[in-house]
Design a binder for this molecule. Structure first.
Ligand code: TXA
Ligand code: MG
Length: 348
């Protein structure tokens, strides 16, 4: 990447990104969820490079990003009314719709499935980029396969370095975790990946029950009969996505959290450090504990903004182990419970 020659003002930066994308190059783009690694969705060799740079298997499909609802019929067909209702309410925003694909959509994007994932992101820089570009951008999160998603330009720089042709800076992502992925099936609406838009929001808009079709079910009102959907629609990447740091990370319930830390502190060898993410300030009894103590926000939206930055930070310091206090098992925390479990080496 040659950031040195990169133009400084935002309008020029967007023009520069458009030019590179038209040449089949890769540009990291800011979105409200996480940064994406974008390529022209109509350029197969550019799309291949996305898989190569990420080290991602080609069995894991990509989401197409658009700026305008009218353009979805360029990529998808037989779009259900409920999908339009969701799109009209939540786009631009952290929602990805899985729709029947148009026949010409590259099988690289869809991983040879009959469906395509589409999203209109809510970020002014990327919306302007998409409008200027005038087409779709295929973009997975701009991290290497199975690693932590980036929510700031510096995360992308650290992770992808020279392998991305340009990074469009849009500041820190304001949502902080990946979009909710939804498939409007019959009779059921399926959530394939949890995100900022909750099942309750979707249920209240559509007036029908939504099924969580994710690997790690996380909130209590999910009843047993819904756990095994007969539907064939699945999200190939979700089985593999761990969103995990390289340092070992363990999560524990609040009620046992302090006693676990105490025990770990006693067991740690000299010069070994644990870092802690808790919803409490560091208690006095742990003042001599080495390692970082991060107090996470008790507000789930705020915590989501902090989450990947916390993991990036802890992954690069001297920590030997990361220990996390589980948030409450409520719907507001559901997407974060999912991400924390995936980052963790033990299942809480
Ligand atoms: O918030 C987001 O969605 C971010 C930003 C950049 O838009 N993108 C993102 O992309 O998280 P990625 O590639 O890291 O995750 C996309 C997930 C993968 O698990 C993939 O398997 C699933 O979406 N997916 C994509 N197309 C699909 C399809 N046609 N059917 C089922 N799942 C699909
Ligand atoms: Mg990803």
């Amino acid at each position: 990447m040659n950031q040195r020659d990169a133009p400084m003002n935002q309008h020029d930066a967007i023009q520069h990104a458009v030019k590179l994308l038209r040449q089949g190059k890769l540009v990291a783009i800011p979105t409200e969820t996480v940064y994406g690694l974008a390529a022209d969705a109509k350029n197969e060799s550019a799309i291949s490079k996305v898989f190569a740079v990420k080290g991602r298997p080609e069995t894991n499909p990509l989401i197409i990003h658009l700026s305008d609802l009218a353009a979805i019929s360029d990529w998808a067909r037989d779009i259900p009314g409920e999908a339009y209702q969701l799109a009209e309410s939540f786009w631009p925003g952290p929602l990805t719709l899985i729709l029947e694909r148009q026949p010409w959509v590259s099988p690289l994007i869809t991983a040879h499935q009959n469906t395509v994932g589409i999203r209109i992101p809510n970020h002014p820089v990327t919306l302007e980029l998409l409008r200027e570009f005038g087409g779709g951008l295929a973009a997975p999160s701009a991290n290497r396969y199975r690693r932590i998603s980036p929510t700031q330009k510096t995360h992308v720089e650290k992770e992808l370095g020279n392998e991305v042709d340009y990074i469009l800076d849009g500041g820190p992502s304001t949502v902080g975790i990946e979009s909710t992925i939804v498939y409007c099936g019959q009779p059921n609406i399926l959530i394939l990946r949890q995100g900022a838009i909750t099942a309750a929001q979707i249920e209240s808009l559509l007036g029908k029950k939504v099924i969580l079709n994710t690997e790690h079910q996380s909130f209590e009102n999910l009843n047993a009969e819904n756990q095994h959907s007969q539907n064939q629609i699945r999200t190939p990447g979700q089985d593999e996505e761990h969103y995990a740091p390289q340092k070992p990370l363990y999560c524990f319930e609040s009620h046992e959290f302090y006693s676990v830390i105490k025990k770990l502190n006693q067991e740690m060898k000299k010069n070994q450090m644990i870092s802690v993410v808790s919803f409490q300030e560091k208690p006095r009894e742990f003042l001599d504990q080495q390692g970082i103590w991060i107090k996470g926000s008790e507000n789930p939206q705020e915590f989501a903004k902090q989450w990947y930055a916390i993991l990036h930070e802890l992954d690069k310091n001297e920590t030997d182990m990361i220990v996390i206090e589980m948030p409450p098992r409520t719907e507001a925390w559901s997407a974060l419970l999912d991400r924390i479990r995936r980052a963790s080496r033990t299942m809480a």
